[in-house]
Design a binder for this molecule. Structure first.
Ligand code: AMP
Length: 264
C-alpha cells in the first residue's frame, strides 16, 4: 500500500533525502552514496544542511557548531548530489507544534540532552514535508536517533522509506563526526578511547564491565564519561551487558561531547 501511495504522490520519480547539519565528512558521503543507490541514476538525491537550533540543549554547543557551507556544497557537487537544501530558518517565530516520541527517546541521548529528540523528530518531519522524499538515509552512528525516526515514520504514517547506513570511521576507529574538528591534537588522540572501549567490551569479560569501561576511558586526562549503556536493539530498553546487546556511550573530551555505539 505504501509503495503505491509513494508512486501516486511523486509521479514515479524517486527522491532520496540525506538530512544533515553540514560540516560534511566521510560519514555523510557514505549516506549520499546510499541515497543514490536507493533512488537510482534517474532519481534525485537531496542533501539538507540545517543546524537545527531546536535539537540543541546547550547554547554554546549550537554557537560553536561548524558551518562551512561553501565547502559542503562543493563536496555535494563532487558526489553528484542533485540539490542542496540549506534553509536559513525553518521555524515561525511563534511556532507552537512539535513532535514528542515517548518510548524510544527515553534514556541515553534523550536523558542526557532534554528536548533533543523533540527537536530531531520535529525537524525530520518538517524536512520530509518540504522535500517529499521517497527514501531518507540516516547513520547508524546515531542509533537512537535512527530508531526514533523509524518510530515517528511508523506511528505518523509518513510515506518515506527509512534507510540506515553503517558508521564510517577514521583509520584509528574514531567515528567520523562534524564535532571532531573541534578537538585539539591531544584531545583527538584521546578520543580513540571510545572505539577502544567498544573493543574492550567485545572481548567478552562482562563482569563489572560498565565500571571497567568508565575507568578505562577516564584514564585519558581530558575524558569524562557522560554515559555507557547497553540496550536491546529491537526494544531499545536497557539490558545487562551481554553478547548481541548494543553498547552506546557519550564522552566529553575536553569541552567536546562525542558519541558512538556498536553491537558487542
Ligand atoms: P549530523 O550532520 O551529525 O546531524 O548527521 C547527519 C547524518 O549523518 C545522521 O543521520 C548521522 O547519523 C549521520 N552520520 C554522522 N556521522 C556518521 C558516521 N561517522 N557514519 C555514518 N553516518 C554518520
Amino acid at each position: 500500500m505504501q509503495r503505491q501511495a509513494l508512486r501516486w504522490q511523486r509521479g514515479g520519480m524517486p527522491v532520496g533525502l540525506v538530512p544533515t547539519m553540514g560540516a560534511l565528512h566521510a560519514g555523510h558521503m557514505s549516506l549520499i552514496r546510499r541515497a543514490r543507490k536507493a533512488v537510482g541514476d534517474k532519481g534525485i538525491v537531496v542533501v539538507s544542511i540545517y543546524v537545527n537550533p531546536t535539537q540543541f540543549n546547550d547554547a554554546k554547543d549550537l554557537r560553536v557548531y561548524p558551518r562551512p557551507l561553501t565547502a559542503d556544497k562543493k563536496l555535494c557537487r563532487a558526489e553528484g548530489v542533485d540539490a542542496v537544501f540549506a534553509p536559513s530558518s525553518l521555524y515561525e517565530k511563534d511556532s507552537s507544534v512539535s513532535i514528542d516520541e515517548t518510548v524510544v527517546s527515553r534514556g541515553m541521548e534523550g536523558d542526557a540532552r532534554p528536548g533533543h529528540f523533540r527537536g530531531v523528530a520535529t525537524v525530520v518531519v518538517k524536512l520530509c514535508n518540504l522535500v517529499q522524499p521517497t527514501a531518507a538515509v540516516f547513520g547508524e552512528k546515531d542509533w537512537q536517533q535512527a530508531a526514533l525516526i523509524r518510530r515517528v515514520v511508523r506511528d505518523l504514517d509518513l510515506l518515506v522509506r527509512i534507510v540506515v547506513a553503517p558508521t564510517v570511521r577514521e583509520a584509528d576507529g574514531l567515528a567520523c563526526s562534524s564535532r571532531n574538528v573541534l578537538l585539539s591534537v591531544t584531545e583527538r588522540k584521546q578520543a580513540t578511547a571510545l572505539w577502544q572501549a567498544i573493543g574492550l567490551a567485545r572481548k567478552g569479560n562482562l563482569r563489572g564491565l560498565k565500571r571497567r569501561l568508565i575507568l578505562f576511558i577516564e584514564k585519558q586526562p581530558n575524558a569524562r564519561v557522560d554515559y555507557v549503556e547497553f540496550f536491546d536493539e529491537q526494544t531499545m530498553r536497557p539490558v545487562k551487558p551481554k553478547k548481541g546487546a548494543r553498547m552506546a556511550l557519550a564522552v566529553f573530551i575536553g569541552k567536546t561531547r562525542l558519541i558512538d555505539n556498536a553491537r558487542i
